[in-house]
Design a protein around this ligand. Structure first.
Ligand code: ZN
Length: 449
């Protein structure tokens, strides 16, 4: 299951001038949520599927585990399987390759080969923890000839070094069979379409404090550069956001554009330089876990200059910082991210908002704030620029604190409807939504003419 959270995609032609410092080249901004298994979508910014808070839709694993008619009333060899998996995760963390693959049944040759590759791929990823938890209630017995065999839903929870609060959860269906030497794994099937960095190849990572950059087929030098740029973006986000967040990030740099597409579930990744993605899932204990990361599209990234990369990282890290909040209208999320990204860039408004500026100078002012569809279509450049200038207008006219208040107020609403936007604008800025639109349009006129 996969659902999209913040949408915002660049149209392909923007790559024709990728180092232009108009917003076009550097606003790379989709955020997806990849859900592990039995999970709720949401917690993001906009999109019809995101209206409710994830906590309201969390489903306990045991409540949705499928039990076929042949399921036993017992939990099968759950405690043996638990021990088998505990030994396996310990082996992974202490770099014991034979120990890790030792849990696999020797007759499952394809799975054995697959797990050896998995081990080699994941070892370079700067993991701090890797834990398997089985859902005993998901036990399903197979009536196979000869050996007894059971299926379980197994949750893998892992963290990267430096970021203990970012607990990612993925789930698999794991089949075990009894052998003379004990229970062994005979099949592992993902329960979701989630792609992890190690699914793409052998990982290499560089880390500094709370910034971890995990690359696949990338040079250490390139990863170190991105790590330093991401670290430099953190205080830029803090300068504006001042909220509670990890103050760190996992940046994934895949081998190529298609790898970035797989990691993010973003179809038109070719026109994106980087994408903030996140996920949330209920783990085996029933607790909702959330995690955020930034995926770099290496092809587009290489075409950008250092200022563009700084803007992109500050933009994406703003999405990471705000990722745990509820859904907000897309003009608020992208406006805030661009506000942070462009703040102190030293570039003029007219240069950053080239496309919208050209329209305004032709007398063509937008009637309303941009919505999801605008961030996907022909008007995408103007949509980002309009959102950015809405955030700037709030900061300019009412103060930066009010920009934060608007974001938080919107995130607390039950929906992103215009009625809910109106309520927030009235309570934070003391203006109706239509009065706000009027002020914003005048601001566009004044700044872009
Ligand atoms: Zn964005």
């Amino acid at each position: 299951m996969r659902c999209r959270r913040r949408e915002g995609s660049r149209s392909a032609p923007t790559l024709a001038h990728p180092v232009r410092l108009g917003g076009a080249a550097v606003r790379a901004v989709a955020v997806t949520v990849s859900m592990a298994g039995l999970v709720a979508c949401g917690g993001g910014n906009g999109g019809p599927a995101d209206a409710s808070s994830p906590s309201h839709r969390a489903t306990l694993p045991s409540a949705t585990a499928t039990l076929s008619s042949s399921a036993s009333s017992t939990h099968g060899p759950a405690s043996d399987v638990r021990k088998l998996l505990a030994a396996r995760s310990k082996a992974l963390m202490r770099a014991d390759r034979p120990g890790f693959v030792g849990a696999i049944d020797k007759s499952a040759t394809a799975l054995l080969a697959d797990q050896r590759t998995f081990y080699d791929n994941v070892r370079g990823a700067s993991l701090a923890s890797w834990t398997y938890t089985i859902d005993p209630k998901s036990a399903h017995r197979h009536d196979t000839k000869g050996a007894e065999s059971w299926d379980y839903v197994v949750y893998t929870t892992y963290t990267f070094a430096g970021l203990p609060g970012q607990r990612a959860v993925v789930s698999h269906q794991v089949q075990v069979a009894e052998r003379t030497n004990g229970w062994r794994i005979t099949a592992i099937t993902p329960k979701d379409t989630h792609t992890e960095p190690w699914d793409l190849g052998r990982t290499l990572s560089v880390r500094s404090g709370r910034v971890v950059v995990v690359g696949v087929d990338r040079s250490r030098e390139e990863l170190a550069k991105i790590r330093d740029q991401a670290a430099a973006a953190i205080p830029r986000v803090d300068d504006v956001w001042r909220g509670d967040w990890a103050r760190g990030v996992v940046v994934v740099v895949p081998p190529d554009t298609s790898g970035a597409g797989e990691l993010t579930g973003t179809e038109n990744i070719a026109s994106l330089a980087a994408v903030a993605t996140g996920g949330s899932a209920v783990d085996a204990s029933g607790a909702m876990q959330r995690w955020e990361r930034v995926v770099v599209n290496p092809t587009a990234w290489q075409k950008m200059d250092s200022t563009g990369r700084e803007v992109v990282l500050a933009h994406e890290l703003t999405h990471v910082a705000t990722g745990s909040l509820g859904a907000v209208p897309i003009w608020v999320s992208e406006g805030m991210a661009d506000y942070v990204g462009w703040k102190d860039s030293g570039l003029s408004t007219r240069r950053i908002a080239q496309e919208l500026g050209a329209e305004v100078r032709r007398g063509d002012l937008p009637d309303d704030l941009p919505v999801e569809a605008d961030f996907r279509g022909e008007w995408v450049d103007q949509a980002y620029e309009a959102a950015w200038l809405a955030a700037r207008y709030i900061a300019f006219r009412y103060g930066e604190d009010k920009l934060l208040a608007v974001y938080r107020g919107m995130a607390d609403q039950p929906s992103t409807s215009k009625a809910d936007q109106d309520r927030v604008l009235r309570s934070t800025l003391k203006v109706s939504r239509s009065a706000f639109l009027h002020g914003w349009r005048s601001y566009l006129q004044a700044r872009l003419h």
